[in-house]
Design a protein around this ligand. Structure first.
Ligand code: ADP
Ligand SMILES: O=c1ccn([C@@H]2O[C@H](COP(=O)(O)O)[C@@H](O)[C@H]2O)c(=O)[nH]1
Length: 202
């Protein structure tokens, strides 16, 4: 089993890169695990309380569950990946049955901050886009897809997202084996990662 970690700031293009990488792989060969599925269960809080959570701090992630799920997959066991709702800021209570495959791609802003998880990755990738580009993408995506408005996105950017990015996320670039610049669509980098995967699968 090959485990690839793909980190990078919000809006850097992690999900887009993952989708491009897996385009040529067969479903039965690859699992994608998103760190977003592992935000802490906050059902004990009201919606108002949940909106105030710092979702860019490592503590917001249930890393224990993520570690145990990755270990299970490595051991050939099936897991139940939680489903997360950005609109509700909480897990939905549903799960997705995820079976072990030859390649596992784990993507998320904070995945390289955790030593145990970092050590499980065979390849560590950091996706980089400039912060103004990421903010523009985040604004468009959160307003169009995640039910936010301009004020909410800018408030979160200033209060938590930018400082957490500088404190926790950007420094993990030093752990990366490969850094993919994505201020433009980077097909060359995607081709290189696809080639590495195909070689490892052969
Ligand atoms: N290289 C790129 N150039 C322009 N827009 C991009 C690029 N990569 C991603 N996007 C767009 O930016 C937004 C955020 O990308 P996404 O892949 O969801 O980022 P992340 O998963 O890192 O938060 C999406 O709307 C996506 O279509
Ligand atoms: O309930 C939530 C949980 C997280 N967020 C924001 O999501 C991004 C991480 O997701 P990406 O897909 O990598 O952008 C993070 O910056 C959190 O601020 C949220 O808005 N609501």
């Amino acid at each position: 089993m090959l485990i690839i970690g793909i980190a990078g700031g919000t809006g850097s293009g992690k999900t887009t890169v993952v989708n491009q990488i897996i385009e040529e792989l067969k479903n039965e060969e690859v699992d994608v695990i998103s760190q977003d599925s592992y935000y802490q269960d906050t059902s004990h809080l009201t919606y108002e309380e949940r909106t105030k959570i710092n979702f860019d701090h490592p503590k917001s992630i249930d890393f224990d569950l993520l570690v145990s799920h990755l270990k299970d997959l490595k051991d050939g066991k099936t897991i139940e990946q939680p489903v997360y709702s950005f609109k509700e800021h909480n897990r939905t209570g549903e799960t997705v049955i995820t079976e072990p495959k030859k390649v596992i791609i784990v993507e998320g802003i904070l995945i390289l901050t955790h030593t145990d998880i970092r050590d499980m990755f065979d390849i560590k990738i950091y996706v980089h886009a400039d912060s103004d580009e990421r903010l523009i993408r985040r604004l468009k995506r959160d307003i169009n897809d995640r039910g936010r408005d301009l004020d909410e996105v800018l408030w979160r950017y200033q209060t938590t997202l930018k400082p957490m990015h500088q404190q926790f996320i950007e420094p993990t670039k030093e752990f990366a084996d490969i850094i993919i610049p994505t201020n433009r669509y980077n097909t060359v980098a995607v081709d290189i990662v696809q080639t590495i995967i195909k070689e490892r699968l052969a």
